[in-house]
Ligand binder design. Structure first.
Ligand SMILES: [Fe+2]
Length: 348
């Protein structure tokens, strides 16, 4: 297994960025064999377990998202975006996860974050890979890796993990269904619990990172173990099962950790992966920051009616509080946010 994984080479372009596809290429008619990783994004995804799609967000989308990340930090600390001498300030009061560069532990419900979650390009990539257009979007965090060559103390923790319990994933999905059905969204943190309950019974499940600034290998950020989804069952069948943890962190000494590769991407790209792929981030080693938003879309059929009601009620209340009827909803965003029952006026 180790030799098989080690022999997988991910193509990169002349600038060192991972090979990427355009959103137009997601219309590729996937009838050819799995060797056509040059033109067929689905063949690339099947082989490596992940895919980079370029220009999913515009430069303006990215800049507005970064601005909202700065807003969060500036609201909690004396950090000032235009004065790097203040960048040693980072939220560290229990409302953040500084070791992973997350300025907010709760999911973020600001305007551009929501526009990105309901962006037609993001939807296109998810729906094409899932072969399903009846999807919901999740609500998650972001991260900001400060340049460690500016200050060593800005470093984040290298990590490779799965946002699931792999032993439960291999089961019948009943445990995950119970956990998910119990969600009432009384705490906004419950939106994040959703991410960690995939099971093979629900079919392919995807996660993604929206990359908000050009991100070279040395800038730190997303890593993945290419091709691991082909080895997943064999790898975990050989391990002693444990059914309680909602996620799995690989130790630095483990083969899986050592096989993780940095995936460099351009600004506005999205990397999307099969949730069976161990992934995570390596720290910054440059003078340039890294910014990203985490996202996931999943089929509506995986959500019970009662849970969908709790979920949309909480979300509708949050959006009313934050935007007071001023959010530019579209038909697509109403669908992806699960707000079909709320008679929301759309701009299209
Ligand atoms: Fe993750």
């Amino acid at each position: 297994m180790e030799d098989r994984l080690r022999s997988i080479i991910v193509p990169v372009d002349e600038e060192g960025f991972c090979k990427s596809f355009t959103t137009d290429q997601m219309d590729y008619v996937d009838t050819d064999n799995d060797d056509n990783i040059e033109l067929n994004p689905f063949a690339f995804f099947r082989r490596f377990g992940f895919l980079v799609v370029s220009n999913v967000l515009t430069t303006d989308d990215c800049d507005k998202t970064i601005s909202e990340i700065f807003d969060i930090i500036e609201s909690k600390t004396p950090f000032k975006r235009n004065d790097t001498s203040t960048w040693d300030n980072f939220p560290n009061d229990g409302s953040s996860i500084p070791q992973y560069g997350s300025p907010s532990k709760p999911p973020i419900f600001s305007k551009q974050f929501l526009l990105n979650r309901t962006n037609p390009n993001v939807f296109k990539v998810f729906s094409k890979l899932l072969k399903n257009e009846d999807l919901l979007t999740n609500h998650d965090r972001c991260c900001f890796f400060r340049p460690t060559l500016m200050n060593k103390s800005f470093s984040t923790r290298d990590n490779v993990h799965l946002d699931m319990n792999p032993f439960n994933w291999m089961g019948d999905g009943e445990k995950q269904r119970q956990e998910l059905d119990a969600l009432t969204y009384a705490r906004v943190g419950e939106f994040i619990v959703e991410n960690n309950q995939p099971s093979k019974a629900d079919g392919l499940q995807l996660q993604a990172v929206l990359n908000l600034e050009n991100n070279h290998v040395e800038d730190g950020g997303y890593v993945a173990v290419p091709g691991f989804h082909h080895e997943f069952v064999e790898y975990f069948r050989a391990k002693k099962p444990e059914y309680e943890s909602p996620s799995l962190n690989f130790d630095k000494k483990e083969m899986v950790f050592k096989l993780a590769k940095r995936i460099a991407m351009r600004k506005g790209s999205m990397v999307i992966w099969n949730q069976q792929i161990p992934h995570g981030s390596f720290g910054n080693k440059s003078y340039k920051p890294r910014f990203a938003q985490f996202i996931k879309m999943f089929p509506t059929f995986t959500v019970s009616k009662k849970r969908a009601q709790h979920r949309s009620k909480t979300l509708n209340a949050i959006l009313n509080d934050n935007f007071n009827g001023e959010f530019p909803f579209t038909k697509l965003s109403v669908q992806l946010l699960g707000l079909n029952d709320y008679n929301i006026k759309t701009i299209d």
